[in-house]
Design a protein around this ligand. Structure first.
Ligand SMILES: [Zn+2]
Length: 231
């Protein structure tokens, strides 16, 4: 019973090797990382859009406030021309000074916002450029990876056919256990027990499990998850 599975496993090594070649392809890695970047770009651009909107609104508020204050300044300066009372003149001059200080501080605020807007524009440009690079990287990586896939396609199909034939000879319940572990990236899946320890990870097996092995059962190693058998 176990021999059929061992035959399957040994043919499966060829499939594992092909899968490894594909998974370790640098072109595939490049394409995957470029795709990940491109997926995040939209969110980043939306954030920048929001930020730009906020900045423009604050800038407009500061400049319109500035215009209002300048109008007030002009009105007070006008009345200064006709003021005669000393106290009134002093009061009006104080008012004008206050307004000038406020206007100046609004000007500084507007300049600061302009600098932030420039920074947002710079970020846009940089995202635009890196997006172009990522698009090229994705396209090239994918093309080369597809070429690699195509170059192993026939070999892979032949191995898969061989495995499919061998599968028919294995006990279905055992095959299912094997394939489940194999899908979880374990390979080789089946090991022979060595004395009373797992042949793969050396964990000592409990007596109850060893008894099952003696009865011809295939057991699971609790530590490494492999399937164990005894001759
Ligand atoms: Zn083990």
């Amino acid at each position: 019973m176990i021999q059929a599975l061992l035959n399957y496993q040994s043919a499966d090594a060829k499939l594992k090797k092909i899968e490894k070649t594909l998974a370790e392809s640098e072109d595939r890695k490049k394409a995957v990382s470029a795709k990940k970047y491109l997926e995040g770009v939209e969110e980043n651009v939306n954030k920048l859009d929001d930020r730009a909107g906020e900045l423009i609104a604050t800038y407009e508020q500061a400049t319109s406030e500035q215009i209002k204050l300048k109008e007030q300044q002009a009105v007070i300066e006008e009345s200064l021309n006709s003021a005669e009372d000393e106290k009134e003149v002093a009061f009006l001059i104080k008012k004008v000074d206050e307004l000038i200080a406020k206007i100046k501080s609004l000007g500084a605020k507007a300049n600061k916002i302009l600098a932030e807007i420039q920074a947002v524009i710079k970020d846009y440009t940089s995202i635009k450029n890196t997006t172009k690079v990522a698009q090229t990287q994705y396209k090239e990586g994918l093309e080369k990876y597809n070429q690699l896939k195509e170059s192993v396609r026939e070999e892979k199909e032949a191995v898969e056919k061989e495995l499919n034939d061998l599968k028919g000879k294995v006990d279905p319940e055992l095959m299912e256990r094997y394939l489940k572990k194999r899908a979880g990236k374990i390979y080789p899946v089946v090991y022979k027990v060595r004395g009373n320890v797992c042949g793969a990870c050396n964990m000592e097996l409990p007596m109850s499990e060893l008894n099952k092995l003696k009865g011809g059962a295939v057991i699971d190693c609790d530590q490494c998850g492999r399937l164990l058998y005894q001759d």
